[in-house]
Design a protein around this ligand. Structure first.
Ligand SMILES: [Fe+2]
Length: 133
């Protein structure tokens, strides 16, 4: 599959959030390239773990910003973060149990897992923060 392109379509307009998202996109692309190059399963699972850990850290960063700036959508947004972590942990479990990535399905899942949240709830948060910061 094609790499994700970092451009202004994915920008939420707040630099510190965009920087985190850019890092997540870079990690996704590393994983995508490594899968297509046939990298070793333990390398791929390490890369996926790094992407998940980076996402967990990033979600706590966003949650702090929401609390700091009294964002009314905090509970709903946080709950979506929790669902996203749960779903990617399920994918990780499936990959470990089955012994490898399903190149198309797993990467497509991760691509929409990463971008749908940025394009919906993170955009709303970015617009709010741009007004109050
Ligand atoms: Fe978010």
């Amino acid at each position: 599959m094609k790499d994700l392109v970092w451009d202004k379509v994915l920008s939420v307009g707040i630099d510190e959030i965009d920087e985190d998202h850019h890092r997540l996109v870079d990690l996704f692309n590393m994983l995508n390239q490594s899968v297509s190059e046939g990298a070793a399963p333990d390398y791929l699972t390490a890369l996926l773990e790094e992407l998940i850990n980076c996402t967990v850290w990033h979600f706590s960063h966003e949650e702090r910003l929401m609390l700091q700036h009294r964002y009314a959508g905090y509970a709903e947004h946080k709950s979506e973060h929790q669902d996203l972590i749960k779903s990617v942990r399920q994918l990780q479990k499936k990959i470990i149990e089955s012994g490898g990535f399903d190149a198309d399905a797993d990467l497509e899942f991760l691509e929409s897992w990463l971008t749908m949240h940025i394009l919906s709830n993170d955009m709303k948060l970015g617009s709010y923060l741009a007004e109050v910061i």
